[in-house]
Design a protein around this ligand. Structure first.
Ligand SMILES: [Zn+2]
Length: 396
């Protein structure tokens, strides 16, 4: 058990949370603390702190189930190193707790979704492509120092988002589900038989970094892989390809849409952090998607190619895991809608085994921008529920 200091809450959870997976608890003996009567009398705390750590925004919320009862957001000092980012997380949590006026003893724990390969069992963040200086940062232990009375759990952001869709969103009636987010990057989380697939050191689910383009001069993603799905089909890839067309004197239709949208936004329209992260001084992914909605041929071709590449990724997942559902979320997928989903589904029809392709439902996510917060909070309960029976490598 790697959460020894939190073991006291475990027996209570085992007796009260919904058991989604009999195999997770069936053969395990009760822990020693289960026999301590004073612990049995404690009521289960109803609230959880969820933190969505992004390269641009640090968001914290007090969550009950899928309901957000208080929230704060602050810019992530991504260029200032881990200590500054961690201080920002701590401040965001304190601010949210104060705003909610919920007592510390009513909080069950802190869950956080980290934006990069992370050991979801030890809470060590290995690497973050969008934040400087993060190498093997023991984020769980650092946060535990700041909140000694609360258990802290760190998951990969896309895996906890998958958990949110699985518990409360599109996947709440299935057992085998894959979540894919298509935004600045492409992330993923895999749930097989009600269990998050975490792998040997907790980094499983990096669907976006599966390599599908074998050309040596294929595009490279922010993590350095050549020809991975993120390098081919993410919002960053759409913007890059559109700007390359524009630099060669093409994409005039996309440029016109870009100028129109910029003019609108400068008149006060709210801009999301995600969009700001995608844009440079040139064409952004949202411009390409909007131009495709207006039937601009170059934008349509770019988006179609991205959708086929995402479809190829789904073929690999279907062949490997035979999922019941693939939930596709993220800003680009949300904005593109059927322009992404239709070619994606068509790719499955022509490229995958018939039976598993017929079975799988390809659906949009349901939880919107809060999926990361709700998932981070849900990860606390998930981990407290499953940690007694999980065994495996505990080292970073
Ligand atoms: Zn990659």
């Amino acid at each position: 058990m790697f959460f020894d200091h939190k073991a006291d809450s475990l027996p209570l959870l085992l007796s009260s949370v919904q058991v989604e997976n009999g195999a997770a608890t069936a053969t395990e003996p009760q822990t020693e603390t289960a026999t301590q009567p004073q612990l049995q009398r404690q009521p289960l705390q109803p609230f959880v702190v969820g933190v969505d750590l992004g390269g641009t925004q640090t968001r914290a919320a007090i969550v009950r189930g899928d309901e957000i009862v208080a929230r704060t957001s602050r810019p992530t000092p991504a260029h200032d190193g881990p200590a500054a980012v961690i201080a920002g997380i701590v401040a965001a949590i304190h601010a949210t707790l104060e705003m909610s006026e919920i007592a510390m003893q009513d909080i069950r724990g802190i869950g956080l979704g980290a934006p990069g390969p992370t050991n979801s069992r030890t809470g060590v963040v290995y690497d973050t492509p969008n934040m400087a200086g993060w190498k093997d940062v023991p984020l769980r232990d650092e946060l535990a120092k700041a909140f000694p009375s609360l258990p802290v759990y760190i998951g990969h952001d896309a895996s906890v988002a998958a958990l949110a869709e699985f518990r409360y969103g599109a996947g709440r009636n299935v057992r085998d589900m894959i979540y894919m987010t298509v935004s600045t990057g492409i992330g993923g989380g895999i749930i097989a038989g009600d269990i998050i697939v975490e792998g040997a050191i907790g980094t499983a689910g990096e669907i976006g970094h599966v390599i599908i383009d074998l050309r040596p001069d294929a595009p490279r993603c922010g993590s350095g892989h050549i020809g991975c799905i993120e390098a081919l089909a993410s919002g960053t890839a759409l913007a890059r390809d559109a700007n390359a067309l524009a630099a060669a004197g093409h994409a005039q239709g996309i440029l016109a849409v870009h100028r129109e949208l910029i003019a609108q936004e400068e008149h006060g329209e709210l801009r999301t952090a995600e969009v700001d992260a995608i844009e440079g001084e040139h064409i952004r992914a949202r411009d390409v998607v909007e131009a495709a909605h207006r039937d601009d041929p170059e934008a349509s071709a770019l988006l179609h190619t991205a959708a086929v590449n995402i479809g190829i990724a789904c073929v690999g997942l279907i062949h490997t895991l035979n999922p019941e559902m693939i939930v596709v979320g993220g800003g680009v997928a949300h904005a593109a809608g059927d322009l992404l989903f239709a070619p994606l589904r068509e790719t499955l029809k022509t490229r995958a085994f018939t039976r598993p392709a017929e079975v799988v439902q390809i659906v949009p996510s349901q939880l919107g921008n809060d999926v990361g917060l709700i998932g981070a909070a849900a990860f606390v309960e998930y981990r407290q529920h499953t940690e007694s029976s999980q065994r495996g490598p505990t080292t970073a």
